[in-house]
Design a protein around this ligand. Sequence first.
Ligand code: TYM
Length: 333
Amino acid sequence: MFGEQKVSFSGVQPSGNLTIGNYLGAIRNFAAYAESYKTFYCVVDEHAITVRQVPAELRRRTYETLALYLSCGLDPEKNTLYVQSMVHEHAELAWILNCFTGFGELSRMTQFKDKSARHADNINAGLFAYPTLMAADILLYQTDVGPVGVDQKQHVELTRDIAERFNQLYPGTFTVPEPVIAKNGMKIMSLADPTKKMSKSDENPNAVVYILDDRDTIIRKFKRAVTDSGAEVSYTPEKPGISNLMTIYSCFTGKTMPQIEKEFDGKGYGDFKLAVGEVTADALAPVQANFARYLADKGALEAQMKKGAEEASYYARRTLSKVQKKLGFVQIR
Ligand code: TYM
């Protein structure tokens, strides 16, 4: 909360091509806050380097992620859209929060455990301290709500713990944030293995539908999606493949699970998969058309990065200097 205004903050890593999981679990839900909240949506490039990146690709994806924010309907006049590394307060507050976060707390983070298993040759301190940088992102803006997919809930909960601990020592420093998890799109699963999250870093491109996949590719990927035994379209834990496809269909059409079951009653998996592919391609078509337009104007994207960073810095500076003062850092104006 800044003054009387509530704040929404969220971020996306430019670490791969964005997926319909990122779209349904997060980005699609960002715009709704703009009317009544102060909103900050960040391209978190500093988070991305916890895993090795090819510099030219990181740079390209940073532009693309910003262009996708715009293409998904985030109006830059109503939302602060910016790149994390352009606002140095994120890294500075992260250092401070490192000093208020337990080794044990960070060791328990499931994302750290997963990523250190996947990148066993590069278990760096940044990967370990990733959640304190995320806490800094959120707390810098006195955030009330963070719209995220369910995989980020643990990190937002840790952020709450850090904020509460800090506030106990130095009252009134931070707003304690709530994670907001979209009801339906909270966890979109891989098309190749419906027990695994759909992830932009998956090595199997058929497991993932990217926001920018063309229509034929989208339809082909859904056709090949792993489904379950039986032939009935029904939402049940025994059918994780079909249930995942139903979730996606429901997200894009607004239909409930019983409505979908009725619609495909007596029809086979083939018809259903085609329908999921079609609604997905239809829903993404306008985003894709906007994306091409935004990405073509690099100058405008850079102007937006600059403007967004200036807007964000104003708020970030206020919180950081409040924190520094409370800690006893000398401040000379
Ligand atoms: P990232 O870049 O992995 O993902 C961006 C957002 O997409 C959501 N998401 C999903 N939702 C549903 N189903 C899926 N299969 C799926 N895959 C990804 C994520 O939950 C996330 O909301 N640490 C964050 C980025 C971050 C952040 C923040 C988020 C940094 N600072 C502060 C919120 C607030 C991350 O790696 O997201």
